[in-house]
Design a protein. Sequence first.
Length: 320
Amino acid sequence: MRIGYTLMTEQAGPKELVAHAAGAERAGFDFEVCSDHYSPWLAEQGHAPYAWSVLGAVSQVTERVDLMTFVTCPTMRYHPAVVAQKAATIQLLSDDRFTLGLGAGENLNEHVAGQGWPPVNVRHDMLAEAVQIIGGLFDGGSFNYEGRHFRVDSAKLWDLSPTRVPIGIAVSGKQSVHRFAPQADVMIAVEPDPALCGEWDATRLGPPTRKVAQLPVCWDPDRDAAVRRAHEQFRWFSGGWKVNSELPGPAGFAGATQFVRQDDVAARIPCGPEVGPIRDAVRQFADSGFTDLALIQIGGDRQEEFLSFAEKELLPALRE
């Protein structure tokens, strides 16, 4: 399993994220993923810089790590033709280290475009069209498209690497796996579910592909401080994706999680200074069939200490 690092745009500013990216490569992480948000989940997180500007800068301060969006919604804030252009540009800037991670989005970020928030089946239809458009533009040449949700008129990517950008798609169950596995190069998910990985491989009917997941942790020499910080900034995580995709803003997440206790968060997120709980959580993803796992260190001002811990203790332990 490859171990990655998350550039969490909701909890740090753009300059800090770029510095964290360089530090994570030095610490020995294999890849880096970047969230793409217009708003933080909770006001306590306090940030939401533009992910694509951050990725452009990160491509210039790193040399080895693969880069990936985790994930971009190519349907409302961004037209899919523009997402294709952005991805092609990052691929060139990074010397072919980029994977375009896509998903059906969350109301939290997409409502700002003022188009309302469609039901999940419509969001999946929009994503399917967007993937066709992005793939068509990655093919090169002039591209036209007319679908139910999107139109493209004589678009062409003028700066396109010979190495095609891999496309990852976020899935959460059998329906989305069957819909998107044939269109994707990489599977993206958030739960250590072996049935999901098995369904993905069976649906693709080809060689196994990368399967990328994400795990929040809250490292701190003081476990009680880690639990408090995880509760303050990451209690939204307890809602599950079906809830988290629907709420419209930080106030909604604050209200929905007002009765979540610190113990509830600590039961789901490894907290404190020990390697063991993190290793146990990572093993669940490895045993489920995931090939790549990106860690999130909770707390934008606790990254340098975490990266030192990761380099000296965590990464060596995970690779034993």
